[in-house]
Design a protein around this ligand. Structure first.
Ligand SMILES: [Zn+2]
Length: 320
């Protein structure tokens, strides 16, 4: 699974050159976009439609690079190998492409693949293009700036950077995390660090990874420094001391602190303003990263029949 798709990269390049019916869509356009090539920063974007320089996707990709660099203290330098971003014309074309070239992949709206010096993002022009492209381009930027990153952290950071909401707040994750806790879930960074296979990552694991990243970057007193130190070490070594062994306190206290952090994010703005401010002191193997939401699933609507969720009850208790 990990190896097979990456091995196809050269094959795709070959087919692009050779042409042929399998690479041509309904309207005679090549499935893999090649009509327009837009170079910007560390990226080269391939589309079958004209992409104005003030297009939302171009703006997002440019600002994303700055956000990643400024937040994590890393430097993205593409050199001779820019990140390749392929935006297929529509969902149907994209699904056809994935089925033909990557039949073993689960149906997702976007994915990132890296092998050697090539870093490639595939997605399609759809309603959530900017979010999807931010997620996958985050993987590409991190891979370029740092190299190999543990799966949980790679996904946690991509989830953090995919949203354009202030401070990486992902409302869907915040809402679902409360329900996870109701169902008996307890965060465990050591367990998360043990996940090695992309297919082993469940939607809940993505949420937990996002929550840890958000907590460490924004609230935990020693989290930010430890996370940035860990990322700097990952750049130098493939086996640095795991993050869970660098953080202060025992796992149970850290889990409670993490839940409290997400609970605060779930509070209405008026209540949150009264809280004290968050402490800010603080490859030969190919890499494959999947977008986390199955393609068929629509955005989750809040359940109108449920009056008070876990977080609202917790907030209620905190205010009592
Ligand atoms: Zn991802």
């Amino acid at each position: 699974m990990h190896n097979t798709p990456a091995k196809r990269l050269p094959l795709i390049a070959l087919l692009l050159i050779a042409g042929g019916c399998a690479t041509t869509g309904d309207r005679g356009q090549p499935i893999i976009p090649e009509q327009y090539k837009t170079k910007t920063g560390p990226y080269v974007i391939f589309t079958n439609y004209a992409l104005p320089t003030d297009d939302g996707v171009v703006k997002q990709l440019i600002s994303l690079r700055a956000e990643v660099e400024n937040t994590l203290g890393v430097h993205v330098e593409p050199g001779e190998h820019p990140i390749e971003v392929y935006i297929l014309s529509d969902r149907k074309t994209y699904e056809h492409f994935v089925k033909f070239y990557y039949p073993e992949l689960p149906a997702r709206r976007a994915f990132f693949i890296a092998q050697g010096e090539r870093r490639v993002v595939y997605t399609f022009k759809g309603d959530r293009l900017e979010e999807d492209i931010r997620h996958e381009a985050s993987h590409a930027l991190l891979n370029l700036a740092i190299g190999e990153i543990p799966l949980w952290l790679d996904e946690g950071l991509a989830e953090y950077f995919e949203t354009t909401a202030p401070g990486g707040e992902n409302k869907e994750h915040i809402a679902r995390y409360g329900r996870d806790l109701e169902e008996g879930f307890s965060p465990d960074l050591t367990r998360l660090e043990g996940l090695k296979a992309v297919r082993a990552m469940t939607p809940r694991d993505y949420r937990e990874a996002w929550a840890w990243v958000h907590y460490l970057l924004n609230e935990s007193s020693d989290g930010r420094a430890n996370l940035l130190g860990y990322i700097a070490d990952l750049h130098k070594s493939t086996t640095p001391t795991p993050l869970s062994e660098r953080l202060r306190g025992n796992p149970r206290d850290r889990a409670i602190a993490l839940n409290g952090h997400v609970a605060k994010l779930a509070k209405p703005e008026t209540i949150r303003e009264n809280q004290p401010p968050a402490t800010m002191t603080a490859n030969p193997e190919p890499t494959l990263r999947l977008q986390n939401v199955p393609i068929e699933i629509e955005p989750i609507e809040p359940n109108p029949t449920k009056k008070r969720g876990f977080f609202s009850r917790m907030i209620g208790r905190m205010l009592d």
